[in-house]
Design a protein around this ligand. Structure first.
Ligand SMILES: CCCCCCCCCCCCCC(=O)SCCNC(=O)CCNC(=O)[C@H](O)C(C)(C)COP(=O)(O)OP(=O)(O)OC[C@H]1O[C@@H](n2cnc3c(N)ncnc32)[C@H](O)[C@@H]1OP(=O)(O)O
Length: 210
């Protein structure tokens, strides 16, 4: 049982655009927070101002992140997704395109908030990006599912602050199970992380359209 309900408010275009802009500013704030050299007094003063802004936003609080109206794919409605969602300040966000032959591709740059080992991307963040890309590749087969297994192989460190590529494709569908694989690669074209995953469509979603 989740504390966040399934039912979602649906945003109009104006509100979606405004909240997307707000998320972009908060993303910049997060980066500024981990990189600032403003000093203790200034940091404390800014923290007070941010607390006041947070209070303004929570004065009208929703029970769950909103969706936007259905587009071509129902999965695109979830605009607060932590990988691709423009409404989520935690998301880079990564624009992921699905080609007609089911290949998912995205280009992205990860800044200091995603650091694991100094100057490199946190391995959990790479796994999250791949989970999303492979999940979308699975969904593109017409059988979307929950991640049942995700195996990552970290072949070399993934650099921060440079353009990265993620690519994924489903390899086969067996009933409710979909198998997919993918990679993250660095600007020199070398693969830094490989992943394979298996997604299972829960029985209760068998008739849903994604
Ligand atoms: C669908 C909605 C998603 C839409 C997404 C849009 C794309 C967005 C991209 C998002 C990307 C991010 C996505 C996320 O972040 S998804 C979030 C992370 N994943 C989860 O939280 C999943 C949690 N687990 C479950 O909900 C259930 O266990 C699932 C749904 C996976 C299976 O529960 P179900 O009750 O259906 O299973 P069953 O008992 O009838 O078994 C059926 C078959 O499967 C086999 N099996 C079961 N589990 C495993 C396992 N772990 N490894 C290997 N095999 C497993 C089992 O042996 C059997 O095999 P067989 O006997 O038939 O041979």
């Amino acid at each position: 049982m989740s504390a966040i309900p399934m039912e979602r408010p649906v945003l109009g275009d104006d509100e979606a655009a405004a909240l997307t802009g707000l998320a972009a500013r908060v993303r910049e704030l997060a980066e500024a927070t981990v990189l600032t050299g403003a000093g203790a007094a200034e940091a404390a003063a800014v923290a007070d101002e941010i607390a006041a802004l947070t209070a303004r936003l929570t004065a009208e609080r929703r029970g769950a992140p909103p969706f936007v109206t259905p587009g071509e794919r129902r999965m695109d409605r979830q605009i607060a997704n932590p990988v691709s969602g423009p409404l989520n300040p935690f998301a880079p966000p990564i624009g992921l395109d699905v080609t007609s032959d089911g290949v998912v591709r995205g280009e992205f740059t990860l800044g200091a908030v995603y650091e694991g080992p100094p100057s490199y991307v946190h391995g959990g963040v790479s796994a999250m990006v791949l989970d999303q890309a492979l999940g979308m590749a699975a969904a593109a087969t017409g059988t979307p599912g929950m991640t049942a297994t995700l195996e990552t192989r970290y072949r070399r460190p993934t650099p921060l602050g440079v353009p990265l590529k993620v690519e994924a494709k489903a390899s086969r569908v067996e009933g409710r199970k979909v198998y997919a694989s993918g990679t993250i690669s660095a600007p020199d074209g070398r693969v830094t992380v490989e992943a394979t995953a298996m997604f299972i469509m829960p029985q209760r979603f068998v008739t849903s359209e994604y």
